[in-house]
Design a protein around this ligand. Structure first.
Ligand code: ADP
Length: 470
């Protein structure tokens, strides 16, 4: 597998090559379409100047004059009607001037060899040191007709520029390749870091610090990656805690059952003792059964695609039925309950919401004091319905309140152990309220009491589906 680094370097070098070749083709077209005719015109005008000077100075020595003209950077060839020819300046590599060209110039025409030079030689046509790649003009000297063909001596005129340009292109290429190598390393480095971080996560190491402070897309990716690894580490920790809590919460009732079953097996037990042991076993099996039910409910509620049925129902009636169910318990503890439960129609899953009120009411009973009070109220607001369950119980500290929705959390074990509980009730409540797009808040003071305030939107979306993003 090729690394992203080598791929990037290869791609950039390929781009440099392609753009060089493209640039060559474009400049070639530019040369043939625009530069070549202009160049031809320019040289015709130089040649005309030479000829008109010769013609105007009747008695001029033609040879030294053309020699000195050639030395300024031209290759010149002259031929007269009787066929005598002479060359000035650097030698032509190929003396391939067509006969007709000489004839037509001697007859007074202008020869545009540079303009007509074939296309297939590309831009290098400009440099082709050939006699046909010239311009030709006629002139007369000492009553004889001459044809003068000339072209710029490229070697003389352009050699330094040529070399300079060559070096420039070579240096540009080398520098670009070096810079591409450095830039690619810089670009790819965070990706390499991310790859090794992914491997760390695979190995169960979640404590990842990437040390990438860039502000671009890779920086954003790195930060999201760090957040993700933090979340994964929290989830991993939660999972470990969850497993240990579940094991512990199952273990202690099982041990109790085992112990009391052992005691029951003894002979000569008093009927009272027997009844007491059976009651403990009964309580512990109830506890195990509740724990299993709550765990199953919580796990199913936490599924991403949990689907629940919403329907309109009378919330006031539901709460009244609940209070009826618990009257004997309230009585037993001497708790006074007052309620204001008007007929308010609420939309939601009645079974799930019953679970919510039951949890809140049983907590208000469990964590209340002897002869305490409970107040339940339903308030019909414009867009939502508010349910308040208030008790005059033991209350909670601020630190305890922060954690009550965590799974298995039970505030102050010494107090909580006196009453039955699993620490799962409020996690279930919280999840159900979130599924209904509602909110739950707590006002509490140690020894004074607690107030749970639940708000639910009046209408639920159709075919409500769970979303774990809450
Ligand atoms: P549990 O099964 O222990 O009642 P919950 O999840 O229902 O579990 O509640 C979590 C903890 O929050 C409880 O153990 C208790 O310490 C505290 N709590 C809940 N409701 C009340 C309340 N009304 N008054 C005082 N403490 C409460």
């Amino acid at each position: 597998m090729k690394s992203i680094y080598s791929k990037f370097v290869l791609a950039t070098i390929a781009i440099i090559f392609t753009s060089t070749i493209l640039g060559f083709f474009i400049s070639n077209t530019y040369y043939h379409q625009l530069v070549k005719p202009l160049n031809d015109e320019k040289n015709v005008s130089v040649a005309k100047n030479l000829a008109s000077y010769i013609e105007s100075q009747g008695n001029i020595e033609i040879e030294p004059y053309l020699h000195s003209a050639a030395s300024t950077g031209y290759q010149i060839y002259i031929v007269n009607a009787s066929g005598s020819e002479q060359y000035f300046g650097a030698e032509f590599k190929r003396q391939n001037l067509p006969r007709e060209a000489v004839g037509s110039v001697l007859e007074g025409e202008i020869y545009h060899g540079m303009r007509e030079f074939p296309m297939e030689t590309f831009v290098t046509g400009f440099f082709a040191n050939e006699l046909r790649n010239t311009v030709g003009i006629p002139f007369s000297y000492e009553n004889e007709q001459y044809a003068l063909f000339m072209r710029p001596d490229i070697k003389l005129l352009f050699s330094e520029i040529h070399v300079l340009m060559g070096w420039m292109i070579l240096i540009m290429f080398v520098v670009s390749v070096i810079l591409v190598l450095i830039a690619s390393k810089f670009l790819v480095k965070p990706i390499t870091k991310l790859t090794s971080a992914t491997k760390d996560i695979q190995d169960g190491k979640f404590d990842i610090k990437l040390d990438i402070s860039r502000q671009d897309e890779i920086g954003v990716l790195a930060r999201s990656f760090e957040e993700m690894s933090l979340r994964l580490s929290q989830l991993d920790q939660m999972r470990t805690e969850f497993v240990s809590n579940v094991s512990h919460d199952f273990q202690s009732p099982l041990l109790n059952i085992q112990g009391y079953a052992h005691l029951l097996a003894k002979e000569n037990l008093l009927p009272d003792e027997k009844a007491q042991y059976i009651q403990v076993i009964h309580q512990e099996t109830n506890r195990l059964s509740l724990l299993t039910k709550q765990l199953l409910l919580l796990t199913s509620l936490e599924k991403e695609d949990y689907y629940f049925n919403t329907a309109p129902f009378n919330l006031g009636n539901q709460l009244k039925e609940l209070v009826q169910m618990y009257l004997w318990q309230l009585d037993e503890k001497g708790i006074t309950i007052t309620y204001n439960l008007p007929n308010v129609v609420c939309e939601g899953d009645p079974t799930l919401l019953y679970n919510v009120w039951e949890n809140l009411l049983t907590n208000a009973i469990k964590y209340n004091k002897e002869n305490g009070e409970i107040e339940i109220g339903v308030h019909d607001e414009l867009h939502f319905i508010k349910v308040i369950i208030k008790d005059t119980g033991i209350g909670m500290t601020a630190e305890e309140t922060e954690r009550i929705f965590d799974r298995f959390y039970r505030a102050d074990p010494s107090r909580s152990r006196e009453v039955d509980g699993t620490g799962l009730g409020l996690s279930i409540v919280d999840r159900i309220i979130k599924l209904h797009k509602g909110t739950i808040s707590v006002k509490t003071q140690p020894d004074k009491g607690t107030e749970f305030i639940v708000t639910l939107p009046r209408k639920q979306r159709d075919g409500s589906r769970a979303s774990n993003k809450s």
